[in-house]
Design a binder for this molecule. Sequence first.
Ligand code: ZN
Length: 238
Amino acid sequence: MSQNQLINPESLSAALIVVDQQIDFQPGGALPVTGGDQVVEGISDLMHKFKTVVLSQDSHPQGHISFASSHKGKKPYDILSLDDLNDSNFESQFSRDRLINYLLSIPQHKQTLWPDHCVPGTPGWEFDPRLPVEKADLILRKGKRIDCDSYSAFQENDGRTTGLAGYLKGKNINTLYLVGLAGDYCVNWSAYDAAQLGFKVIYDYSLTRFVDANPTNANQIIQRLKFSGVEVKNTSAA
Ligand SMILES: [Zn+2]
């Protein structure tokens, strides 16, 4: 396999990180990513090859801060920003103080709002059933705090650690192979954070799909990852 040039899946110092390969992110799900189901077979093959496999699972309580439905007048894919707090018509189920604290704690002080998705116990929260979940050494549930989103598997959007880096370093793992959904959000931020945390990171462009597949967006994401020290495999972009 070509990825053997970049990584040996048999190595005890390498891990496969499968990000959020859940029904809600695949076509027909609540927050569908175009082509998100096309990567499942390739990811399943890798899960059988790697010695260490981690699955992340987006897991939000009802009424999560990232849901458009939690903020009156907001639609999915709108942006929540500090400007909204100056609007006297703006209503949210979160207090003004809580929203200010959250927005000040996250990159660019902006939160993209999403359709309700990945609520534990709903069908969309489940992994694609074709994934050999029994191969996972760890299932990391993220985004569980009602007032904080978590794109990255390594740290929540306000910077609080998920503990994943410590888990991997405790197993002497230094090389990570990232796949899953979505390439411009959770895989992107996971790869970026992992590189910042000192891991050698390979981001497999062929085994991810983007929420915003516009080539300009894709190029920006890939460029940023490359400049951050992430190795991007099989890219036609950038
Ligand atoms: Zn989410």
